[in-house]
Structure formats: structure tokens, C-alpha cells
Design a protein around this ligand. Structure first.
Ligand code: OFO
Length: 173
């Protein structure tokens, strides 16, 4: 049985993953409305991934016999100043999620909760990958810079990244 403190922290993480899923879905719709098809598909897939991350915690909590709380999700932003700003916010959100995972791990270490420490290792690796991915998109956006074809090139780059991510996922399955 895990401690109440650990249980509450895991429930907070469920909330954060659910919030990320909702935010990325909203961002995907915004991109779709702007004709940024590649970005829309990428963010839609990210949204689905975040939901899976949330459900993974539900499953773990069930395995250790504590109750996971289905989160109430705050309404996300629906409008964004630009595609550049949107991806800056994605990156910032990923950093926030990483810090939250490190906090969970810290609690698990303090409590000698080896099972939860083991469970969290997957998230540590996943967050490193996601931060890396979002940072690389921001780097590409910076390289592309400002010009008449900026949106076209950004969308093309993100669509290519999305295809690579999909292929990598299929390989794992
Ligand atoms: Fe849930 O992995 Fe990103 O936030």
C-alpha cells in the first residue's frame, strides 16, 4: 500500500496529464482552423498520448489498490497569438510536467516506496524524450525565421516530425 501523500501526488499528476491532453487537443483544433494540417495532426497525436499517460497512472493506482480520481479538466485556451508562441507554450508545459514527475520521484525516494520509484522511471524517460522533441521543433521554428512562407515551412517540418514519431511508435508496438 502506498502512502496518502504519494496517492495524492499521483492524483495531481493525473490532473496534469489530463490537462495536457485537453490543451493539446485545443491547440490541434486551432492549427486545423489556420490550415496548419501537419501541426494539427501532430498535436492531436500528442493529446492522445497524454491521455494514455493519464490512464497509465489509473492502472498503476489500481494495481497498488488505491483510488485514482477522475480529474475535472479546466477549459484550455482556445486562441493563440501565433504558431511560434503555441509551441513555446507546449515546451513550457512539458517542462512543468517533468518537474512534477521529479517531485513525485522525490516523494517516492523519501518514503522508500520502491514500487512507485520503478513505475515513475517510464515517465522520467518519456519526459526527457518529449522535452527534446519540443525543443527540436522550437529550434526548427527559429531556423525558419520570418518570411512569406514561414507557416508553410513550419507546417511541413512538423508534419515530417509527426511521421517519424508515428513510425517509431509502430516499431515499438
Ligand atoms: Fe505526459 O508526457 Fe508530456 O506532458
Amino acid at each position: 500500500m502506498i502512502s496518502d501523500k504519494m496517492k495524492n501526488a499521483l492524483n495531481e499528476q493525473i490532473q496534469l496529464e489530463g490537462q495536457a491532453s485537453s490543451l493539446y487537443l485545443s491547440m490541434s483544433v486551432w492549427c486545423d482552423q489556420k490550415g496548419l494540417e501537419g501541426c494539427a495532426q501532430f498535436l492531436r497525436r500528442q493529446s492522445e498520448e497524454e491521455r494514455e499517460h493519464m490512464l497509465r497512472i489509473f492502472d498503476y493506482m489500481s494495481e497498488v489498490d488505491v483510488m485514482a480520481l477522475t480529474p475535472g479538466i479546466q477549459e484550455p485556451e482556445h486562441d493563440f497569438p501565433s504558431i511560434q508562441e503555441l509551441f513555446k507554450r507546449v515546451y513550457a508545459h512539458e517542462q512543468k510536467v517533468s518537474n512534477s514527475i521529479y517531485r513525485l520521484l522525490q516523494i517516492a525516494l523519501e518514503e522508500n516506496d520502491y514500487t512507485t520509484q520503478h513505475f515513475l522511471q517510464w515517465y522520467v524517460a518519456e519526459q526527457k524524450e518529449e522535452e527534446n522533441l519540443m525543443r527540436s521543433i522550437l529550434d526548427k521554428i527559429n531556423l525558419i525565421g520570418e518570411g512569406p512562407m514561414t507557416l508553410y515551412y513550419i507546417d511541413k517540418e512538423v508534419a515530417a516530425i509527426n511521421l517519424l514519431e508515428e513510425a517509431a511508435e509502430e516499431e515499438v508496438e
